[in-house]
Design a protein around this ligand. Structure first.
Ligand code: ATP
Length: 160
């Protein structure tokens, strides 16, 4: 992909508010430490798709504690978004496989929880094509955290 840039905050709030509307029985929190002007080196639709995949999983794999915590921040180089749930979690054994195409921890669950096991592989491929990355952390029965990093675009003033 080329030189597309996206206003990070705007897209995060849009996706976040959509999830709030779609899942009124969930508690969503958003911790925002991101300066408003931060622009990311990624095409808007791709950024949106990545957020939806991870948020959708957070909701889908929640069990009795229906909470999703999101936080956004940045350093000089990267934007960071952290999405945390308190659901079923992922075992150490399954962890290396979750980004594989068509991999699902519980095959039988396909019926009740939908999905093909494609979401995470798409998210990872998209991120890598923009020099971003995705870092999972999980503990079985406790919940899961996905940290996503995307390079920040330089401001025009920095080129002068
Ligand atoms: P879809 O193609 O609709 O995204 P999916 O959710 O099965 O279907 P992925 O998003 O690729 O596929 O996820 C792969 C597997 O990783 C899931 O089937 C699930 O077992 C596990 N997983 C992903 N996110 C979480 C999460 N937040 N908590 C627990 N398990 C997860």
């Amino acid at each position: 992909y080329g030189n597309e840039t996206t206003q990070a905050k705007e897209v995060v709030y849009q996706v976040f508010n959509n999830f709030k509307m779609l899942y009124p029985n969930f508690v969503f929190t958003l911790d925002d430490d991101l300066p408003t002007e931060k622009t990311l080196k990624i095409y808007r639709n791709h950024f949106e798709q990545i957020l939806i995949i991870i948020m959708d999983n957070a909701v889908k794999y929640s069990t009795d504690r229906n909470e999703v915590h999101v936080s956004i921040s940045s350093n000089a180089k990267d934007f960071e978004i952290v999405i945390q749930d308190f659901g079923e979690g992922i075992s150490e054994e399954d962890m290396p496989k979750i980004f594989n195409r068509f991999y699902r921890v519980d095959k039988a669950r396909a019926r009740t929880k939908g999905g093909n096991g494609l979401g995470l592989s798409i998210a990872k491929q998209l991120l890598e094509s923009y020099k971003g990355k995705i870092v999972p952390e999980s503990s079985l029965g406790q919940g899961t955290i996905f940290r996503i990093y995307i390079p920040i675009a330089k401001k025009m003033s920095e080129f002068q």
